[in-house]
Design a binder for this molecule. Structure first.
Ligand SMILES: *Cc1c(COP(=O)(O)O)cnc(C)c1O
Length: 527
């Protein structure tokens, strides 16, 4: 590595990031553009011999690793404390966050998280509990889990809830394992799970992971499950169906009751992907629709900062038919005392459990946030959540359908998200250009190219927490960008122009990710 000065910065670093093309802003000495701060990789600025802390010389003791000791430097970058702090703070400022602006990512429910929930989750009695503590010392935490379970059962009209799954997809697995256990218990192993074309990708993945064959059910021209096609495929090999409702086209599956009846009549079970529960909470009880299992994404409907991989929590509500197979452990109440039902304590009424999803009890931080959210909204407030989420999505749909193709606008009101396609753009312009143009306007793009049933899909979920003014500004920005794509404005093809990074080669990034830092000289030599 070339010589570096004490601060870790090297003069040639600016040259590592030359202007990328003639439309790029003329380079500054530092590479910074005012408060938009450039930041190299930590391996580019780190250097040996620097550290944020002074440790006493390690005592010379005999190795307990029996010859397995490290025989070469592992190459961790050394930085002083302010260098390390600034590195991560600078990187964090290149991130987009719900606290910075409107986050229209469809299917993800990126909404404002009330600070009250954060305050509650940080209370020592909840934040510092340990899963191995004696139950007498965590009665309050168990009460939170029990009360939240009660709310979830009440809101969904179901019989039981498994609280421990740690995300939506994990909840799907829990539900499918309960279905499999129920089928096994009656000696009727079945091999196929049906998923509609518009299913969220995690649904077929979960069914395949659990060992089922996955088959598609087509959608109607309205964007809903084709009931007749589904009925035609039902038979003794169908373990169940997995249906997202509201579905990924943003539509409510109006035939849900008929779907459930048909599947039950054929001996199968109905799994509902309830990640989008915020569109119907307080208005529809999935239990009334004949659903056997449904996960709820606490980190979507019931608030918790998420994105970037976590944290999540995906409790699964279960019907009477599946409740006996629910996983351990769970919280039960004897009089005023909360207790844990685990393998050793499981009574006769629950000896059919299929096992465990996780080592302990699930995501305590998410439970406290969700219960705080639910209690601060109350039953009427939760109902309003659904109404406002749907109102906001319909406002987006109807405000943009004259400039963007809305393939299911004729199917009636949408639920929590509005779906558009890239039909009608100028030759050579597509959804990707619109998404990149939105970055220049200061927005995280909407979900793109999903669901797959629509060409060049753009899926926008405004959520209930956005004001009309916020939506109007976004609608204005999207109208402007869509107008440019329709007019064939070439500058849009190279957007974003104002972001820290210009348009990246996404195919190359996905197919040939550079996961190991190489010296610049080597990197050049390797090409
Ligand atoms: C988010 C989502 C999931 C997956 O949830 P994770 O917590 O990310 O595993 C599944 N289905 C739908 C419809 C979703 O929106």
């Amino acid at each position: 590595m070339t010589a570096i000065n004490q601060s870790g910065w090297k003069p040639e670093m600016t040259a590592l990031r030359p202007a990328q093309d003639e439309t790029d802003v003329a380079g500054t000495y530092t590479g910074n553009k005012a408060l938009m701060l450039e930041e190299p990789l930590i391996f580019e600025i780190g250097h040996d011999g620097s550290t944020g802390i002074d440790l006493a010389e390690a005592p010379q003791v005999a190795s307990r690793l029996g010859g397995l000791q490290r025989n070469r430097d592992i190459g961790l970058p050394g930085l002083s404390e302010p260098e390390a702090v600034r590195h991560y703070t600078r990187l964090s400022r290149q991130n987009y966050a719900i606290d910075l602006g409107f986050f229209p990512l469809g299917s993800c429910t990126m909404k404002h998280n009330p600070r009250l929930n954060e305050k509650v989750a940080r209370m020592a009695g909840f934040a510092d509990v340990h899963p191995m503590q004696p139950v007498e010392t965590v009665q309050g935490a168990l009460a939170v889990i029990h009360q939240l379970a009660h709310w979830l059962i009440t809101l969904t009209g179901m019989k039981a809830v498994a609280m421990s799954p740690k995300a939506g997809a994990h909840g799907e697995l829990c539900g499918i394992l309960a279905i499999r256990a129920a089928l096994t218990a009656r000696g009727d192993a079945r091999s196929v799970i049906l998923c509609p074309e518009s299913a969220h990708g995690t649904n077929p993945a979960t069914a395949a992971f659990a060992g089922y064959q996955v088959e598609n059910i087509p959608a109607t021209s309205e964007g809903r499950v084709d009931l007749e096609a589904l009925k035609a495929r039902l038979g003794p090999d169908i373990a169940g169906v997995m249906i997202t409702n509201p579905n990924t086209c943003g539509l409510f599956e109006r035939d849900m009751r008929a779907i459930s009846d048909a599947v039950h009549a054929a001996g199968g079970y109905v799994y509902c992907d309830g990640a989008n529960f915020n569109a119907i909470v307080g208005r529809v009880r999935p239990g009334d629709l004949g659903i056997d299992a449904m996960h709820i994404n606490l980190h979507k409907t019931f608030s918790t900062p998420h994105g970037g991989g976590g944290p999540g929590s995906g409790p699964v509500v279960l019907s009477e038919a599946l409740a006996p197979f629910a996983p351990l452990p769970f919280v039960d109440k004897d009089g005023e005392h909360y207790r844990l039902v685990e393998e050793e304590t499981v009574g006769e009424h629950h000896d059919k459990t299929f096992g465990r999803m996780v080592a302990f009890h699930g995501q305590m931080g998410m439970f406290t946030r969700a219960l705080a959210y639910i209690m601060s909204h109350g039953a009427d407030g939760l109902r309003q959540v659904a109404e406002d989420a749907v109102l906001n999505a319909n406002y987006i749909l109807r405000s943009l359908q004259d400039v963007l193709d809305a393939p299911f606008a004729h199917s009636g009101p949408c639920m929590h998200e509005a779906l558009f396609s890239d039909d009608g753009m100028a030759e050579g312009f597509s959804t990707l250009d619109i998404a990149k143009g939105l970055i220049d306007e200061g927005y995280h793009p909407m979900t793109v190219y999903f669901p797959l049933v629509v060409h060049g899909a753009m899926l926008i979920e405004p959520t209930e927490t956005e004001s009309k003014a916020t939506l109007d500004q976004f609608i204005g920005a999207l109208r402007s960008v869509a107008g440019r794509a329709k007019a064939g404005d070439q500058s849009l093809k190279s957007a974003p122009h104002h972001a820290p990074r210009r348009r990246l080669d996404e195919t190359q990034a996905a197919r040939k990710p550079v996961l190991v830092w190489r010296e610049p000289e080597q990197a050049v030599a390797a090409e």
